[in-house]
Design a protein around this ligand. Structure first.
Ligand code: T46
Length: 137
């Protein structure tokens, strides 16, 4: 069965003792034009849970550039959990997917590339409303 989410693998350059370099190019590894970049850190509280919403139009690519966390995904029919811990492997978050982030390691840093600027009107923050929204699509 086809999955409702997909992994994105960035270009990873191993410079040995000089470290690594990881590249994300719009419309190459990332399947949309990037209009916004944000990151989330200081996730040291063990019970922290973020997300708990879906987007109507926004496309995003989400990466764990340090540490680890778990991404819960729900398309209204199926639910999946993905563990992210490699800085060059992320998830393409298409619109209409309810997502939650949890189980953060203390050193976790999440990087998100987004197809648009921040618009609260694009968020569905109520799960019942989300289920109605995806049913009507
Ligand atoms: C998402 C996941 C992966 C802004 O003012 N501008 C911004 O660009 C963002 C992202 C947020 N905000 C404000 C909105 C809220 O008042 O920052 C506050 C916290 O945002 P939120 O509770 O939506 O944060 P998360 O971590 O639950 O969700 C974020 C993104 O908002 C969301 O689009 O998909 O990361």
């Amino acid at each position: 069965m086809k999955s409702f989410y997909r992994k994105i693998e960035l270009k990873f350059i191993d410079d040995g003792v000089d470290g690594n370099l990881v590249v994300a190019e719009a419309q190459n590894q990332v399947p949309f034009k990037i209009k916004r970049v944000y990151f989330i850190n200081n996730l040291s509280h063990l019970g922290a849970v973020r997300g708990k919403h879906a987007h109507k139009k926004l496309e995003q690519a989400i990466f764990c550039v340090n540490g680890s966390f778990k991404l819960g995904l729900d398309d209204g029919n199926k639910k999946e959990k993905v563990a992210l811990s490699k800085p060059y492997v992320g998830i393409y978050l298409r619109p209409g997917v309810w997502h939650t982030m949890h189980n953060f390691s203390k050193d976790c840093v999440i990087l998100v590339l987004a197809s648009d600027i921040y618009k609260e009107s694009d968020y569905i923050r109520d799960h019942e409303e989300f289920l109605k929204y995806v049913k009507a699509l």
